[in-house]
Write a protein that binds this ligand. Structure first.
Ligand code: IVH
Length: 712
């Protein structure tokens, strides 16, 4: 934790560094730093400042500078380190996004074994637990800490001499896999923490890596847009991320880490501090929080009766849907650490803690058949058709089974009774098949060897979970590509839904993106359901599409691994889409937030003759491949020089639309709240930004109506 004085100091230092960058006009090393000692000072300042902003943003959820400013500081640090390799250190924030592949994880012993928790489901179970604790400890009353049970992937961190020295997965509880490079990509875990302030030399901390629900949704949306299969739930995404080979991909997953337990702490003489110097679990949480870790400090309550504990657990049962993270229960632990040794553990569970599990939101139904869908880049997805069943307020009749491994790992068969799970907002998925209810008539799901749409032999590369049809002309892919091209987030061509596209393909009118701009309108007006009026509307929508911002076209082209966000970021780098034809693979790789797989895919796309021809053709048709030119003068738009930020839900338009409008009028969109924002536009159910904005001089908080007047 930073004191108010430290926060002020860091703000000042940030401004100083940014001004320094401004005055040197971005030409980093050459003009500003002449010697390694000067560079060393700058590097130390930059690292401290970046660690500070990481902490404020990822742990305190507060942005003090804009994303743009943060990126500048980050890139500056990276470029000094590249220039003076002697200054590079493992704990630099630039190493959070490790380059390259991790390949394999060595297994390493935990200092203290990582046991799992015994489960309880009701008040009686908890009263039993409390009685046993009291019997064994011979105490009349015991305080317990009660906090959420986070549903992610368990981790164990070791800090030695204030530095993160290794990070392990749970593994078999005795040995874990060393995943330190991936953990360095988790920004809420500080690489350095001042444990020596508390007299600690070596410490082992336990916690959970987890993806906030909102970020998980966004991540899945981007994956779907990039033509990739979606991940089943935040838990799978988080625990899968821990063991990924590509640390840059880990960074993109926006993981958080919540630390909730200290399993080992010794001073420089090797004296055990737990239970002696550190007496209470709740104080340990305060200490971790003070040292900059994300902890359940706000959610933690100290209670001492079964009834009070159940009440608090049930309070969370009700509010779990509105919580930032997925939780599957609560954890009750003895607060007094001296009791840990006295109570001890069975071979599986500690006797000083118990989980209180919420009822999972599940339903049972029958798997009727499996269909294989072909995505726009040829990915084959098995889709389970289910006997319709009610689950968490919706009827579920069709769920994705993601890929072949999912089906095989869970041994799902046609005719099986299956458990369908839906946690919070997450898409429903098959959690398991019930082997005991099999009659013997169930059939194994065979993956097709050839594309169900065009018959081409399917391929599956080693590092991918999906089978793929590689025929670019495959009718199913053409259809999906065109549907994607006209979709809301891409070219947003109103009046052209999937059904019309299917019809136009069948009529032989369209088979490629350029065909969408030479539709035979006379013939269309003769089709059933297409009057003169709707054809006129369609003409207008197609005409308007030609003028849209080129990021939409770039996204609409459906490059593998390129979602809407990446498309927007890419367009920040160039004036015209075709500029990428001259980019090298290294240049794509050097982009912040673009990993090697994505870079390779974009590079291949732009270096194919087909793409060059396609872009030429689209340009000759009149599509905008270049960004609108800015005149640079004050008169370029009525919002010129004004920075906007939106919060909450707008009633009259979507947020991307509103942002587009601002940009059309010459304004800018801020990446986060800072004093540089001129207007914070507040929709329904705004977040904490409003209160923060009121404290920032210069930020005007305006309503949607006021915004509409400004853009009218
Ligand atoms: S305490 C020995 N606290 O649940 C117990 N665990 O089934 C120390 N978990 O392996 C762990 N949230 O991965 C604890 N607030 C919390 C937790 C939590 C999630 C996980 C953890 C553990 C598993 C036990």
């Amino acid at each position: 934790m930073y004191t108010p004085e430290q926060i002020q100091d860091f703000k000042n230092l940030t401004n100083k560094l940014l001004e320094h960058l401004d005055s040197n006009n971005h030409s980093l090393i050459q003009s500003s730093i002449h010697s390694i000692s000067e560079a060393a000072k700058e590097v130390t300042d930059l690292r401290d400042v970046i660690n500070f902003h990481d902490h404020m943003y990822y742990v305190q959820s507060e942005s003090i500078i804009t994303d743009f400013e943060y990126d500048r500081l980050f890139k500056h640090l990276k470029s000094i380190e590249d220039h003076f390799p002697a200054l590079a250190t493992d704990d630099s924030p630039t190493h959070r996004i490790a380059q390259g592949l991790t390949k394999e994880f060595p297994t390493v012993s935990h200092i203290v074994p990582m046991l799992s928790l015994d489960n309880s489901y009701n008040e009686d179970d908890l009263i039993d637990f409390d009685r046993k604790v009291k019997d064994l400890s011979k105490l009349e009353s015991v305080n317990y800490t009660v906090e959420p049970k986070f549903d992610g992937g368990g981790i164990s961190l070791v800090y030695e001499n204030d530095r993160l020295s290794r990070a392990l997965t749970r593994g078999d509880g005795i040995m874990g896999e060393e995943i330190t490079p991936n953990i360095k990509a988790v920004k809420s875990i500080p690489p350095k923490a001042n444990f020596s302030k508390y007299g600690i030399k070596t410490i082992e901390i336990r916690g959970e890596v987890i993806i906030p629900k909102e970020k998980f949704k966004k991540y899945n949306k981007d994956r779907a847009e990039a033509g990739l299969s979606e991940l089943a739930n935040p838990r799978n995404a988080a625990s899968g991320s821990l063991r990924m080979q590509d640390a840059a991909e880990v960074a993109r997953r926006n993981l958080d880490a919540i630390l909730y337990h200290i399993s080992y702490a010794v001073d420089e003489n090797g004296n055990d501090l737990l239970g002696s110097t550190f007496k209470k679990r709740s104080d340990n949480i305060k200490m971790l929080n003070d040292l900059g870790f994300k902890t359940p400090i706000k959610e933690l309550k100290i209670l001492n009766t079964g009834k009070a504990i159940v009440d608090y657990c049930e309070e969370w049962h009700v509010k779990r849907d509105n919580f930032t993270y997925e939780i599957d229960g609560m954890v009750v632990k003895v607060d007094n650490l001296e009791l840990e040794d006295i109570l001890g553990a069975t071979s599986h569970h500690p006797r000083w803690a118990i989980a209180y599990k919420f009822q999972a939101r599940q339903a049972r139904t029958k798997l009727l058949k499996v269909e294989f869908q072909v995505g726009r880049i040829g990915t084959i997805t098995p889709v389970a058709k289910l006997q319709p069943v009610a689950l968490g307020g919706v009827t579920v009749s069709s769920v994705s089974m993601f890929n072949e491994d999912f089906v095989k790992d869970k041994d799902i068969r046609i005719g099986d009774e299956v458990v369908v799970e839906r946690a919070g907002d997450v898409i429903p998925y098959i959690a398991s098949s019930i082997k005991e209810s099999r009659s013997g008539h169930e059939t194994i799901i065979h993956f097709p060897t050839h594309c169900p749409s065009c018959g081409t032999k399917l391929i599956r590369s080693e590092e991918e979970a999906a089978w793929r049809c590689v025929n670019n002309e495959c009718p199913a892919q053409v259809y999906e590509r065109l549907v994607h091209f006209v979709s809301k987030d891409a070219m947003d061509i109103a009046g052209l839904g999937p059904a019309s596209i299917d019809r136009f393909i069948k009529e032989g009118w369209v088979s490629s993106i350029p065909d969408m701009f030479r539709l035979p309108y006379d013939d269309i007006s003769k089709l059933e359901g297409f009057g003169e009026k709707s054809v006129e509307k369609l003409k207008l929508a197609i005409k308007a599409a030609k003028q849209k911002h080129p990021y939409r076209l770039l996204f609409g082209l459906g490059i593998r691994h390129v979602g809407e966000t990446t498309a927007k970021n890419l367009m920040e780098e160039v004036n015209c889409i075709e500029d990428f034809e001259r980019w090298s693979l290294e240049e794509f790789n050097a982009l912040y937030d673009v990993g090697p797989k994505v870079a390779q895919s974009i590079y291949e796309f732009f270096h194919s003759e087909e793409t060059v021809n396609l872009l030429n053709e689209l340009k000759s048709i009149g599509l905008q491949t270049c960004k609108p030119q800015k005149s640079g003068s004050e008169t370029e738009g009525k919002l010129s020089g004004q920075m906007f930020l939106f919060t909450g839900t707008l009633a009259t338009m979507t947020r991307p639309k509103a942002e587009e409008k601002v940009e059309e009028l010459g304004g800018k969109i801020a990446g986060s709240l800072s004093a540089k924002v001129n207007y914070l536009v507040v929709g329904a159910d705004p977040g904490s930004k409003v209160e923060k904005a009121k404290k920032l001089a210069g930020v005007k908080v305006i309503s949607e109506d006021e915004f509409l007047v400004m853009i009218a």
